[in-house]
Design a protein around this ligand. Structure first.
Ligand code: SAM
Length: 216
């Protein structure tokens, strides 16, 4: 399944606008692509950088580290003036992320928590200014109560892949292997839109990113 919802030529145009001149980030993208490790697509990475540059979050939580690419993007966008806690279930992935984060000189900025997100979330009590959800898509509805509990007023919740290759918006029957995730993501988006103390918009770049701002 294509994990980008726009026509190929639109994706190519949007990602072509972004210049990749950071050698470490180029190396990481090549590493991820060669091993089929999903990391944020360039236009979504740029969206993350843009939101961080506007809102300047001091405390950030990421659910889904992979090799640390998006964490490093965020830290660099904020000139390292932040603390990022990032949760990753896979020990090998967490150790590769630790390698790249050290190489980027960001090991005092980005803290990897190796564990199952739900278990970790239950133990977190300190609030965050920005939460980026980018892990198991079928678990988003379970992550949500914790994200709501942990996000500061004026904080931003970003949720990646919410359109799931377009299947979330599709009418009619969805292939069995994708149905549960598509239904859960639809439920998740509807919940985001129903929350009175948040304002949410879905931006149809990459695989769809929901941006939810906590008003009160
Ligand atoms: N945010 C990363 C980036 O753009 O550089 C990409 C994250 S990748 C899409 C999703 C990651 O979430 C995978 O590395 C996967 O092992 C991890 N993951 C999946 N389910 C998880 C869970 N329940 N708890 C913690 N991590 C999980």
């Amino acid at each position: 399944m294509d994990s980008r919802i726009n026509y190929r030529y639109i994706n190519a145009f949007l990602s072509g606008l972004i210049k990749h001149n950071d050698p470490l980030l180029v190396e990481m993208r090549e590493y991820a692509e060669s091993r089929h490790i999903p990391i944020v697509v360039p236009e979504s990475a740029r969206f993350l950088e843009t939101i961080c540059s506007i809102s300047k979050p001091g405390k950030i939580l990421e659910i889904g580290t992979a090799i640390g690419y998006s964490s490093i993007i965020i830290a660099k966008a904020l000139n390292s003036e932040c603390i990022i806690d990032t949760i990753e279930i896979d020990a090998d992935m967490a150790s590769k992320a630790a390698f790249y984060i050290k190489k980027a000189g960001l090991d005092g900025v980005i803290h990897i928590i190796n564990g199952e997100a739900l278990d970790v979330l239950q133990c977190l009590t300190k609030p965050y200014d920005l939460i980026f959800v980018d892990a198991a898509k079928g678990r988003y509805p379970q992550f949500l109560p914790h994200c709501i509990r942990l996000i500061n007023v004026n904080g931003i919740l970003l949720s990646d892949n919410v359109l799931y290759g377009g299947l979330v918006a599709k009418h009619g029957s969805i292939e069995h292997k994708h149905r549960t995730i598509a239904n859960r993501l639809r439920e998740y988006i509807e919940e985001l839109f129903a929350m009175d103390n948040f304002i949410t918009s879905v931006v149809p770049i990459g695989d769809g990113i929901a941006i939810s701002y906590r008003k009160v």
